[in-house]
Ligand binder design. Sequence first.
Ligand code: GPW
Length: 834
Amino acid sequence: TDHRVFGPSQTPTHPLATAPVGTPPFSVDGFVREFLHELNTNQGVALSRSSINDQYLALASTVRNYLMARWLETGGKPQENQPKVVGYLSAEYLLGRQLGNALLATDLADIAEKGLALCGIDLATLRNQEVEPGLGNGGLGRLAACFIDSLATMNVLCIGYGIRYEYGIFRQTFVDGRQVEQPDTWLQLGSPWEFPHPEASVKVNFGGHTETFTDADGVEKSRWVPGWNVLAMPYNYMVPGYLNGRVNTLRLWSAQATNAFDLQIFNSGDYAQAVRAQTFAENISKVLYPEDSTPQGKELRLQQQYFFVAASLHDFINKELEEGFDLHRLSERIAFQLNDTHPVIAVPELMRILVDEKGYDWDEAWDITSRCFGYTCHTLLPEALEVWPTELLGRLLPRHLEIIYRINEEFLAQVRKQFPDDELRARRMSIIAELPERGVRMAYLATVAATKVNGVAELHSQLLRDKVLPDFSEMYPDKFTNVTNGVTPRRFVRLANPKLSTLITDTIGSGWVTQLERLKELEPYADDADFRAAFREAKQWNKTRLTTLLKARDGIELPEGHLLDVMVKRLHEYKRQSLKLLHIVSLYEQVISGKIAASDVTPRTVVFGAKAAPGYKLAKETIHLINKVAEKVNADERLEGRLKVAFPANYNVTLAEKLIPAADLSEQISLAGMEASGTGNMKFALNGALTIGTDDGANVEIRKLVGDKHFFLFGMNEPQVAELGAQGYIPGDYYEKNPNLKAAIDLILSGYFSPSDQHMFDQVIYSLLNTDRFMALADFDSYIAAQAKVEQHYADQDAWTRSAILNVARSGYFSSDRSMRDYIQRIWHTSPVL
Ligand code: GPW
């Protein structure tokens, strides 16, 4: 079947058709011309009558045009011996605003600022007009965005594949302190960064049944007779490398109804039903599921997963490879990376393509498939591991379920061969779970199929081997590896922290932006008083910028001269926002009960940023409680203004870029063994905040690199957590034993923060007192002690600044460029193009 559903393209005959597109001149003058041209022809307005949005859209198009020439080149047909492409398969890309990054990548920021000023336009105003594409929930989606940035900057070919959700992560508002979700209408004011390609749409099948038939050689086979289909329409986004001219592609799929689909219904005369069918199809890419680390097992979610994976595999095989390419060599041309289990249905899909469509025999197809995939696991929480009920999978993708059963059969045969007389092991390892209902364990399927399985920090990879997949690591010891996460220094240092960036560049040159380990060269300057003063000045500038922003954005007043203590991440019990809250309430309680004088409190502002999954009751109640505590604390004069709590709504990438550079203290306080890596932790350290944290995820590596003296460690380590759990953890004991903890909890239980309803927060508190699955009470003492050390250290401005500088200097390892080098060496075996 022809995948070019809207017909083939023409062969060019005019000489200009093959010439490269012209890049606008790299000058203020050239820029202004291009900008006005875009404003007039694209927006259809004169400068004098243009709105800010017109100007923003025209500016975006202008910057795009500078990137275009290289994009067209790098998107050209593949050559002989061209390097392998990375096909990053991810259900989420949390991109953040595009304009600033594009201006940086093209070095156009100064020119644009000057040019726009000549037109009477303020660049900063236009930057603020952009609504960020929030096509992800948190760490996992942001990691994908950092990785594609790094690959482009490193000149590695990559296509990011994902979904163009019409509504990204919800916009969070607070009503009486409670989270209320609003739809994220990010496309409403125009989407200047995307290029739709309706002509390249791909049909994706669903449902129906399978049937057996006998092929020409008399072999009995199965084939899929789908029940319905939708069109996947690609939207391309440019992924520019930093100052290197490379532009890779992010290809996000949008769902549309197929003609065939509605024609059938139109013919039946039911017009209204036909229109509804359209809506049904479009639902698939309508909205991002807002659960982070807790999949909901919804049918539409499985449809989304198969939808983008099927379109992406089809796209790569039929569009990116030259015609007639021998698929036996597929793994020489693509390394598909599975970003968690969300895209794992790609494994049976590739098998189906090879066996059913290309006619390969099973073993041949498996040989190819098992060379093409790498699998990254991002969690240890059992509830985060996806298991799709076979009932659902069989209904939606009957042929894929058959293929999964066959994969499992052959896999278990291998297990039994390698470990004879160990039926228990075979059952444990089965890709098919029997209880609580029959389901497909997507992590097992991925592990069996992938060439490499990696965790996202050293501790996580070790626990993955030893606790989550021990049987698999015994069977395939060489399959398992670690790649510690990283973050892009372009967005999270160079763009987010311009003053620090200038200071660093003035001191060691600009190479650090692409070779972040060179931050090491800053180490000696920690002992240089002038440098420390300049460093403090940059931090102060960031705080002032944040103060201005929060005043305008949320009406929040940040006091001056406070230690800025920041906890930003998704709201989740395992991350323990409740522990941070107990610290605040305890401090407050001690002051109002006269146990300590307000003057003994180190002036501190705690900033929270967190979205809760809309169906996660306890998380939402925790948000409500934080807001209620903030209300009381902020208004209470007995504190003499020395403790403030700020909770700006709708924490997102845009806010992170302003918040993180202003922070003094980074809260990374998950229960040890629960946070796979964390990436916010890295962003803070790179921006000169000190970490208070547990021995969890990448905190372990941060502490090792920056040094114990410059990191506030507290709490149980993972073995201690395991031991306490085995012993039988009784949270009530900690409540009884620690009078400050008890007083804080009692204050909440008394209804002090909820005068209208004394029992408002009973659920949050009783869950801590009765179960406390993540042992917040057990770590409370140690956390408070570590906070005392923070205050001591902070009292010595020079010592603190020295530590902050050393955090920056020693965190170069956490660049996502380094992560990409590790993936390339350990997993993908691809190389940069020159
Ligand atoms: F549960 N992570 C996330 F593993 O942001 F799928 N969303 C998710 O759904 C999952 C993981 C999943 C995060 C981890 O919690 C965090 O520790 C890690 O740094 C990040 O993924 C990137 O690896």
